[in-house]
Design a protein around this ligand. Structure first.
Ligand code: CMC
Length: 363
């Protein structure tokens, strides 16, 4: 018998990057509450914290920001690859391909913080401009005076974003930056444990992130809420959905058996953004009702909203197209992946679990 299906409960590595406590609903990044960092710090400060294990001095921060600005700008070769991709290709696959095409320009082994900054800084430029290309509008270069998060919104629309949108996206990006040994982070650690390069590890993580049970959920939350449509329809819709054996997207988590602290923090952020929005009102209503209905259909499973449920609300409020929900999640999770890649490479042992053979034996 398989002892740990899905490796549930298996501790495969020591980490100093984050603590995810699913019983108490706690998320800590290097000794700091993620929910506080999301409100009081910038994306760049928290990225620095995750990579270096401390906050930067003023001089360190300045040098760090200079690198971010430089790496955000794509070179001629990267732009050529981006332009050459089929328009039908989804953004996650396109992002993976553009990053993959640059692997010869990164350190072979061991990966460096500079590699991590470069991949993280360039991702929003790639994603925003892939989207612009799909919309048939011109490439927008990063704005030298805007920070990481504001630049992403700027490149998407080609105009300076509203402060409230930047603050909401900053909170979203920090809360989704890191989350322990999830499927994509584990994938990246497995690849780098073979002493393969950082780009291969990131490409594997992007592949894992794409799936609807992981990073693909927020656009499915939008689809679900759009399908429900109104408070009157909510109960019947959810019951029919569950009776067909389907899952309610944005609910349940392998680790959290109480409310996901990221969902709580994002709910507050969305409340500040657009308290009058009927869609948000519906989301809050559906959350409360779904928790009760899930307890009825799946007693004792302790299914609550996960980060994706209110992530959908934040992304919708800043007018993010739903095709970019997962790529946007990816652009912030790059910080966590690269922090784990660095940590794995510094104390490495190749991952090699076992499987149990249940096939036939030769006669
Ligand atoms: N709706 C209905 N039932 C559910 C749900 C849900 N969203 N989630 C779990 N269950 C049920 C499941 O059917 C199973 O029931 P039973 O015991 O009768 O077979 C039980 O709860 C345990 O489910 P599981 O699949 O063994 O739990 P897991 O820990 O393997 O799955 C999960 C975790 C997130 C994949 C799952 O809860 C799910 O599919 N949720 C919906 C998709 C979603 O919102 N994904 C985003 C996850 S958060 C992002 C991240 O951090 O990666």
């Amino acid at each position: 018998m398989v002892q740990f299906p899905g490796l549930e409960g298996v501790v495969a590595a020591e980490t100093a990057i984050s603590l995810v406590d699913g019983q108490q609903g706690m998320l800590i990044y290097r000794g700091h509450w993620a929910k506080d960092l999301a409100v009081y710090n910038s994306f760049e400060e928290v990225a620095y914290l995750l990579w270096y294990g401390k906050f930067p001095s003023a001089n360190e921060y300045e040098a760090f920001i200079t690198k971010f600005k430089k790496y955000r700008v794509l070179g001629v070769e990267e732009k050529k690859v981006l332009e050459s991709l089929p328009l039908q290709l989804d953004v996650m696959s396109a992002l993976r391909t553009v990053i993959s095409s640059m692997s010869h320009t990164f350190t072979a082994w061991p990966p460096t913080v500079d590699d991590a900054i470069r991949i993280t800084a360039m991702a929003p430029t790639i994603i925003a401009n892939l989207n612009r290309r799909n919309e048939g509008v011109e490439f927008v270069e990063p704005h030298p005076d805007l920070n990481h998060v504001a630049n992403y919104l700027y490149m998407l629309k080609g105009e300076i974003p509203q402060k409230a949108h930047v603050a909401a996206m900053n909170a979203y990006a920090i809360l989704t930056m890191e989350h322990g040994m999830n499927a994509s982070t584990f994938s990246s650690r497995v690849v780098v444990s073979t002493q393969s390069d950082i780009v291969s590890a990131i490409c594997a993580a992007i592949g894992a992130m794409k799936g609807p049970l992981h990073g693909g959920a927020p656009s499915e939350v939008m689809t679900m809420l759009n399908g429900i449509g109104s408070k009157e329809n909510a109960e019947q819709w959810m019951r029919e959905h569950l009776e067909k054996g389907n899952r309610l997207m944005g609910f349940g988590h392998r680790i959290y058996k109480t409310r996901d602290p990221r969902a709580e923090a994002l709910k507050t952020v969305t409340g500040r953004l657009a308290s009058e929005d009927p869609w948000l009102d519906l989301a809050v209503y559906v959350e409360e009702l779904a928790i009760k209905i899930l307890e009825e259909y799946k007693p004792g499973r302790r299914l609550y909203t996960n980060v994706e449920f209110f992530a959908a609300a934040v992304l919708r409020s800043v007018e993010m197209p739903s095709t970019l929900f997962t790529p946007t999640f990816t652009s912030s999770r790059l910080v966590g992946w690269t922090a784990h890649i660095l940590e794995q490479s510094q104390n490495n042992r190749i991952y090699r679990p076992q499987s149990e053979y249940v096939g036939e034996m030769p006669i």
